[in-house]
Ligand binder design. Sequence first.
Ligand SMILES: Nc1ncnc2c1ncn2[C@@H]1O[C@H](COP(=O)(O)OP(=O)(O)OP(=O)(O)O)[C@@H](O)[C@H]1O
Length: 234
Amino acid sequence: MNAIIETHQLTIRYGDRAIASEINVDVPAGSFYAILGENGAGKTTFIKTILGQHHNYVGNLNVTTKSIGFVPQFRDISRDYPLSVAEFVGLAFNSGWHLFNNRSEKVAIHKALQKMDLVNIADQRLGLISGGQRQRAFVAQALVKQPELLILDESTASLDHEHKRQLLTAIVRLQKETGLTVLFITHELTLVSDFADGFLLFDAGNVTQGNAQALKKITVDMTLTHPENEVHYV
Ligand SMILES: Nc1ncnc2c1ncn2[C@@H]1O[C@H](COP(=O)(O)OP(=O)(O)OP(=O)(O)O)[C@@H](O)[C@H]1O
């Protein structure tokens, strides 16, 4: 299968300091990959490099698409946030706070709302819906331009178990139906091992790649070693 992201001897730095060295990975187009690693291991910096926001690297990085939707880790939405869910999703087409969307944009917004099961609450204010619904709205905004690659940074971290699974189920359905490639940064091994086709593990400056079977094995090993909390050790 074709790789959507391929690296050869890629070393990513801040200043002179290597964050991750000699990365050799290839993520197949249409796959769902978990991006794993402890806090500070370099996951976000790798993603920024893919997004073209971080340029301090040597070696080869080949990303075959420019059509990338990104759901960042932190988004501060207060209860008095003024936009509706649909308006928020439509911001993907606008710079600043210009809220006019033309006809084809409105169709795309509606499709993205449908994909994330948000049509029924499209007119509700983003600040007043539940955390799970809000997380789906963030994903819908990233999907509105129909990206080939969707990158999610800890999008399930604040959700309860049921809503974590619901969000991942919706994303995997899209991945299978549309051929979308998904990179999912997470610390939640047990959760993601039920969904992912493979993983990239950032650990002490090295990056290893593995398939779904290897991910299951890591998950079992980690939860046996650290039964009290699977989350903090990856
Ligand atoms: N702007 C920056 N300048 C210098 N060093 C940075 C900068 N941003 C991050 N770093 C360092 O780079 C390393 C990797 O950080 P990064 O945010 O990529 O890790 P991460 O795996 O995404 O962590 P987390 O799971 O906590 O989000 C860390 O040691 C961090 O301190």
